[in-house]
Design a protein around this ligand. Structure first.
Ligand SMILES: NC(=O)c1ccc[n+]([C@@H]2O[C@H](COP(=O)([O-])OP(=O)(O)OC[C@H]3O[C@@H](n4cnc5c(N)ncnc54)[C@H](OP(=O)(O)O)[C@@H]3O)[C@@H](O)[C@H]2O)c1
Length: 318
């Protein structure tokens, strides 16, 4: 049996590793140019099915999506694949960057319809916005918990101060804040310096790590001169001085991986897994990538190896 943990102090249990399905599903019209699809390019329906099956076979039954990904296309595809299956689904509000707190009940109904479910296991506020007052939104989240439509409440891209505001708003209703989903990898270590990781530990909140492979860069496959598909190629870490600085990091990941018969990407995921309250959610385009990433669950790093990796990526802490 794969190891599971609770999301924060809730009763929702997830495996130590999830699967992000941001780029799955149909994108039509302008959605093809929105960040989720345009960053990576699309996936084929048959590959999504095989990746989903491979994930369940590896006992990774925790899937992350959002109403905003392909205007519900990712939710709809996940709902189709997961129908009748014992899975834990996380999705996010709002469906567009212009959403307001009062839009939550309708947006939640729409996500439930897309997902073909009567409740969402983890409903997250996708990102803080001046248009959305955090306590007002959390009141509506709490109402939905009481109505049985949400099992756990999470946030995403919240600062430590915003997390505390959310935590306190929910505490008044006797509901724990389950998680904060933020960017966290060896090439993005800001949660260690901006107070988010410390606040998660102090308040018993799970840190869900998105882009744990730094959009694929930590696999090392783009160091041989090939360029990644999609517009991510124009951004860090695929360009500029950070791209050159990536090479020694991947060399170290490979050296460590050689001791265990593991790859650079698997060691990068393992570095996150060595922290008890961190759950990485790598994205994957096919079954091979899912199976490969699941290989991060079957070994551990020594404290010295963790320290070498910490030292080699000091430059990515700020
Ligand atoms: N809350 C938020 O604001 C937010 C923002 C971004 C993402 N997320 C969530 O986080 C999830 C993961 O993030 P992400 O997909 O952007 O970044 P990621 O997990 O760091 O990178 C995923 C990409 O890396 C490559 N890859 C994955 N496994 C591989 C393997 N074993 N071998 C070789 N290449 C592999 C694939 O692209 P190629 O094969 O094309 O290289 C894949 O699409 C998303 O699906 C989403 O659920 C949330």
């Amino acid at each position: 049996m794969a190891e599971t943990v609770t999301l924060g102090r809730t009763e929702v249990r997830v495996p130590r590793l999830g699967l992000g399905v941001m780029i799955w599903g149909e994108a039509t019209g302008a959605q093809r140019f929105m960040p989720a699809k345009s960053s990576y390019g699309g996936t084929h329906a048959a590959d999504e099915q095989a990746a989903f099956d491979a994930s369940l076979a590896a006992e990774i039954n925790f899937f992350d999506t959002a109403a905003m990904y392909s205007a519900g296309g990712s939710e709809r595809r996940l709902g189709e694949l997961a129908e009748g299956k014992a899975v834990v689904i996380a999705t996010k509000f709002p469906p567009t960057p212009f959403g307001r707190a009062q839009d939550l009940p309708a947006a939640l109904e729409s996500s439930l319809g897309n997902l073909r479910r009567s409740s969402v296991d983890l409903y997250q506020h996708h990102f803080p916005s001046r248009r959305v007052e955090i306590p007002a939104l959390l009141e509506l989240m709490a109402d939905a918990v009481e109505a049985g439509k949400i099992k756990a409440v999470g946030v995403s891209n919240y600062s430590a101060a915003q997390m505390r505001t959310a935590y306190e708003a929910l505490a008044k209703r006797g509901i724990p804040l389950a998680s904060n989903q933020v960017q966290y990898s060896l090439l993005h270590r800001q949660p260690e310096t901006n107070g988010v990781l410390d606040a998660c530990r102090e308040l018993g909140i799970t840190l869900i790590a998105y882009q744990p492979l730094a959009s694929g860069a930590l696999t090392g496959k783009y160091l041989d001169g090939s360029r990644p598909f999609g517009i991510r190629r124009f951004r860090e870490p695929f360009r500029g001085s950070k791209f050159q600085a990536l090479r020694p990091v991947v060399t170290l990941l490979r050296l460590i991986g050689d001791r265990y018969g593991k790859s650079s990407g698997q060691v990068a995921l393992r570095w996150l897994l060595e922290q008890e309250n961190v759950v990485p959610i790598p994205g994957a385009k096919n079954a091979d990538q899912v199976r490969h990433n699941a290989g991060a669950l079957s070994f551990t790093l020594t404290p010295d190896e963790v320290r070498y990796l910490n030292e080699a990526t000091q430059g990515w802490r700020t």
